[in-house]
Design a protein around this ligand. Structure first.
Ligand SMILES: Nc1nc2c(ncn2[C@@H]2O[C@H](COP(=O)(O)OP(=O)(O)OP(=O)(O)O)[C@@H](O)[C@H]2O)c(=O)[nH]1
Ligand SMILES: [Mg+2]
Length: 446
């Protein structure tokens, strides 16, 4: 799924490798390729164009946090836009907590995968400790009942069926059956229908009204590409379904429909069905799919963490402290903690080229991190807030004994801290983040 798209996007982003600033020129080619990749994946041209426009707006001129490179930042921006395009947050299936049984209605075109999905959903819900009952409400295809029974025979989920031409009667009977068998969720598998077939569309409307479902899912075959979107649109004009199920995403589907469906129809994709086995069902999480499409989950989470660390407010605060000579040991400790949050130091360095500058010629600085931390933790709170009082040798001696760090090391740490503070105060830099990073990196050097 999405393999081709992923390959192409990866290639387009690699154009940015080696650049250390985002400019309109250096991302233009990259964005052109991303747009092509989306269109090749069957994303509608207008959507692809709009997508690129948004990515461009968010990236050009944006200052790259120096520990990130433009490629990483663009990956994050593309990722965010993809998540938004796919509907943002995952929307869960509605199952009533009060109504017993809760009713789920499955509808869609012929052959879209309704019956297979109904069985998959039953297993999915069983694993979530529900007691589902499948209802065969396809009165036109006698084999449909057997198909359901075969699908679920190994997983011990009952199927309700009845030979009748009255589909509403099946619904009524199934509810009675469910309460007798202590089943708390009913999944109604309906016959396939075309949106232009008035009789059949009327039937589904009646089923909908009569069963008053807590959740109505529209099943659509992703292999039909743009047509999938058109059918969903037609159905949504007739039936107010809550969510979409995209099936056959394991096949030759290029994925475009799955990417654009929810923004075009205005309803969330709730599940994807990606295989013929009954276990092949997945809750649709836009963020996870975006990760899959980009194939760079580690970069995305890294950028998120780095952005969080260098959030503007905190940076401003530290900057103010440094420039007013009020940066103290507690602040330093806090900065170390923030850096640590990003992950192990070695990992950071291997993942972000810019970080190396941050830590200087950093190989194994974990030790000096620890040593500084130990020194600071051996100070009294008052000392941490007032670095200058450590001029007093007796205090330094006490800290040395408490921390087990030699007086020499403590003195050299303090010397650096005082002089860095002085220098930083005077430096006129355009980037506050650079200033703070330089500060920390100098502190790490011995
Ligand atoms: N590869 C693949 N095949 C699927 C998937 N879902 C369904 N199929 C296959 O698609 C065909 C049609 O699936 P059904 O579940 O019978 O579709 P339906 O919508 O119930 O069909 P009708 O009831 O005739 O309208 C079957 O051969 C399924 O095995 C899927 O996610 N991946
Ligand atoms: Mg069927």
């Amino acid at each position: 799924m999405f393999k081709n798209l992923q390959k192409k996007i990866d290639k387009s982003l690699n154009i940015l490798k080696g650049n250390n600033k985002i400019t309109e020129i250096n991302i233009a080619n990259s964005l052109k390729e991303i747009s092509k990749a989306l269109i090749d994946a069957d994303v509608n041209y207008k959507i692809a164009k709009n997508f690129i426009k948004k990515v461009k707006e968010k990236s050009v001129g944006r200052q790259v946090i120096t520990s990130l490179n433009p490629r990483q930042l663009i990956i994050k921006i593309v990722y965010d836009e993809l998540v938004l395009l796919m509907g943002g947050k995952n929307k869960e299936i509605n199952i009533s907590k009060t109504k017993n049984p809760s009713i789920i209605l499955i509808c869609g075109l012929q052959g879209s995968g309704k019956t297979t999905f109904s069985a998959k959903l039953a297993l999915f819900l069983k694993k979530k400790n529900y007691y589902p009952l499948l209802v065969a409400a396809d009165i036109y295809r006698p084999a449909a009942v057997d198909q359901l029974k075969i699908l679920v025979e190994k997983i011990d989920i009952p199927v309700f069926s009845k030979k009748t031409s009255d589909v509403l009667d099946i619904l009524d009977q199934s509810i009675l059956y469910a309460s007798k068998k202590k089943r708390n969720v009913i999944i109604i598998d309906t016959a396939g229908r075309l949106s232009i077939d008035k009789v059949m569309m009327n039937e589904i409307k009646n089923i909908y009204k009569h069963s008053n479902p807590d959740e109505t899912l529209f099943v659509v075959d992703s292999m039909t590409g743009q047509d999938a979107i058109n059918t969903a649109e037609c159905f949504s004009n007739v039936l107010n379904f809550n969510g979409i199920v995209m099936t056959k995403l394991d096949g030759d589907s290029r994925g475009g429909a799955a990417i654009t469906m929810s923004s075009l129809i205005g309803k969330p994709i709730k599940f994807i069905s990606n295989g013929e086995r009954i276990e092949d069902i997945e809750v649709f999480h836009p963020d996870r799919i975006a990760n899959r499409i980009l194939g760079m989950g580690d970069v995305v989470s890294l950028v998120e963490k780095v952005q969080e660390q260098f959030d503007e407010k905190r940076t401003k605060n530290i900057y103010n402290k440094i420039s007013k000579d009020r940066f103290n040991f507690e602040d330093l400790l806090e900065q170390f903690k923030q850096v640590r949050k990003i992950g192990s130091i070695k990992n950071i360095v291997s993942m972000i080229p810019g970080m190396e500058k941050f830590f200087g010629i950093l190989n194994d600085k974990e030790d000096s991190f620890k040593e500084i931390e130990t020194i600071i933790l051996s100070m009294t709170p008052y000392e941490r807030k007032n670095p200058k009082i450590l001029n007093d040798i007796s205090r330094r001696k006490r800290i040395s004994i408490g921390s087990g760090v030699s007086l020499n090391h403590i003195d050299s740490f303090l010397k650096k801290f005082y002089s860095m503070n002085k220098i930083m105060k005077r430096i006129n830099t355009s980037s506050r983040q650079d200033l703070i990073k330089d500060f920390l990196s100098k502190m790490m050097q011995r």
